[in-house]
Write a protein that binds this ligand. Structure first.
Ligand code: FPP
Length: 255
């Protein structure tokens, strides 16, 4: 399946054998599109929700590994604004996952100095979902280690539209002029305003697309795609992604 990635990965990268991860060049912000839960379940003759349950169990290992490597922000795409189109039972199940996860893991996250954060439109999330996340945000607000940023009911175009509306209101109010709208002003109005842009984006399950995820923030991010389905994703795969990242040269449009 590796040929499929030839547009994205050099031969050296394709043959990469998880070399040592250098601790001095760890991506500070890693974003992950956790894809393939449904196919993982289907392959086993299980309902799709079994894949999501298994996918939830992977999060822990990756959070721990990211924290121990010194990653500063880990953003996980857990539910998109488009995911509401799924069958009700699947949406209901997905909306229960933050509670399930946090009811077991919150004490460990607190102990491990992880700070929970949310990115997404809170309004249409069920009260039980938002309650669990808000509680975790509150209980971890003084933590100074890894920021665990859950993208829940998140859609990048909605985020950008909302930023533009807010900026337009400021123009109408006379607080800024149109020519004062810069890259920085837009960045300041996004849901990631106090976070740096992702250095590394990982997408599992062999899909090569962004699916409305952090379109503005990923402008100079390094991408790493794998065929591995999210429930099969391990710390070793995570290290492989970081190792590939460390072999890339980031030029930001320069030479
Ligand atoms: C995409 O796979 C995955 C999702 C839409 C949900 C991801 C959620 C988790 C991994 C768990 C979240 C847990 C917490 C604590 C927030 P898919 O269902 O589209 O898979 P498919 O493409 O194989 O059908």
């Amino acid at each position: 399946m590796l040929e499929k990635f030839s547009n994205w990965k050099s031969k050296a990268e394709q043959e990469n054998k998880i070399e040592e991860v250098k601790l001095e060049n760890v991506p500070k912000h890693v974003a992950i599109i956790m894809d393939g839960n449904g196919r993982w379940a289907k392959k086993r003759g299980l309902p799709r929700i079994a894949g999501h349950r298994e996918g939830m169990n992977v999060i822990n290992k990756i959070v721990k590994k990211a924290n121990s490597l010194g990653v500063e922000v880990l953003t996980l795409y857990a539910f998109s604004t488009e995911n509401w189109k799924r069958p009700k039972n699947e949406v209901d199940f997905l909306m229960r996952l933050p509670e399930r996860y946090l009811s077991v893991e919150l004490p460990k996250l607190i102990e491990e100095n992880v700070k929970v954060r949310l990115m997404g439109c809170k309004e249409s999330l069920p009260a039980h979902t938002i309650g669990a996340v808000d509680n975790a945000i509150e209980k971890t607000k003084h933590n100074t280690g890894l920021i665990l940023n859950f993208a829940l009911n998140y859609g990048s175009r909605d985020e950008i539209v909302s930023a533009i509306q807010d900026i337009a209101k400021e123009v109408v109010a006379g607080n800024i002029t149109p020519d004062q709208i810069t890259d920085g002003v837009i960045t300041e109005h996004l849901m990631t305003k106090e976070l740096r842009d992702p250095d590394l984006l990982i997408r599992t399950s062999g899909e090569i697309r962004l699916s409305n995820f952090m379109l503005w923030q990923l402008a100079y991010t390094e991408f790493w795609f794998t065929d591995v389905l999210w429930p099969d994703f391990t710390e070793q795969h995570f290290l492989e992604a970081i190792s590939v990242y460390q072999q890339r040269t980031r030029r930001y449009g320069g030479i």
